[in-house]
Design a protein around this ligand. Structure first.
Ligand code: SAM
Length: 276
């Protein structure tokens, strides 16, 4: 699969992507919470954050196919305003709540502790690509047993599993997690793989404007999709490149998490597009 990773500011590099060529955009921008990404990209707040969101949306939206879609990771501090803005340009299909499963250890004392991220799922039209069967969750044995009356036997929904809801409970990556790379806000592969499988056809193109450690790249390439992405910080870019190259090394431990595909993910042929 083609992997086009660029150590560039998205706003400089995006013109290299052909208009109307992208099936799926997965965007995990700086949240505007003052984190240190080796640059000041996360030190943007309030109306400036909404303006920044409008700028990157204007930059990437023309790249999307008419039946394409977009997932945007945000935090509750800015999601109401940014989702309102994005709804003027696309159809909002879901707000997915990512429950980071943070263990109870102290936390805020004058309000509730925040343990979720807000993920907006948008499409350009109601014709958007969505492959539900690829992300169904198998019913467990207890549920199947409870549905063993003759009227349920052989029912497709019982055999193929249920569709994921809009609350995704997936642990954030702790320091000790074998998946963890050296990036402060690396997202779990499990989340991003579900987005790729559901919303990008095999062989299609996934764009990540804020690549970080390359989670979207790994998820896309491991599942037979092409990838293009930008990362401004050279150290994070090197991590992303290394994670992608590791995919194609025979014998490397499989990185993809999705159980139904895991067996396919070591030794994936990846060709990195050279950047001049
Ligand atoms: C929230 S992190 C992405 C984390 C990523 N999803 C992962 O799993 O590793 C946002 C990233 O955007 C990068 N960034 C900030 N401004 C950028 C810009 N204008 N162009 C490209 N990358 C940028 C930051 O350096 C940071 O690594």
């Amino acid at each position: 699969m083609n992997a086009d990773l660029q150590n560039l500011d998205l706003f400089e590099g995006v013109s290299r992507i052909e208009d109307g060529s992208v099936d799926l955009i997965i965007s995990d921008p700086p949240y505007g919470l003052g984190k240190d990404y080796g640059n000041d990209s996360d030190h943007v707040y309030g109306q400036d954050y909404v303006d920044f969101s409008r700028r990157w949306l204007d930059a990437v939206l023309p790249k999307m196919k008419p039946d394409g879609s977009m997932y945007v990771f945000l935090s509750w501090q800015h999601s109401p305003e940014v989702f309102s803005l994005f709804k003027t340009r696309m159809t909002m299909l879901n707000e997915i709540i990512w429950d980071r499963r943070v263990p109870s250890m102290g936390g805020s004392t004058r309000r509730y502790s925040s343990v979720h991220d807000n993920i907006g799922f948008f499409a350009r039209s109601r014709n958007h690509y969505f492959d539900l069967d690829s992300i169904r969750i198998p019913y467990d044995a207890a549920t199947k047993k409870a549905r063993s009356r003759s009227i349920f036997v052989g029912k497709k929904w019982l055999e193929v599993g249920y569709n994921p809801k809009d609350l995704w409970s997936v642990s954030r990556l702790h320091r000790q997690d074998p998946e963890r790379a050296d990036h402060p806000t690396q997202k779990p592969l499990e989340l991003v793989e579900r987005m790729v499988l559901a919303s990008c056809p095999p062989g299609g193109l996934v764009l990540d404007p804020f690549m970080g450690s390359g989670t979207t790249a790994v998820a896309a390439l491991a599942h037979g999709r092409c990838f293009a992405g930008f990362e401004i910080n050279p150290e994070y870019f090197a991590i992303a490149q290394e994670r992608v190259l590791a995919l194609s090394r025979p014998g490397t431990k499989a990185q993809a998490k999705s159980p139904r595909r895991r067996k396919n993910t070591a030794g994936v042929p990846v060709s990195l597009i050279a950047v001049e």
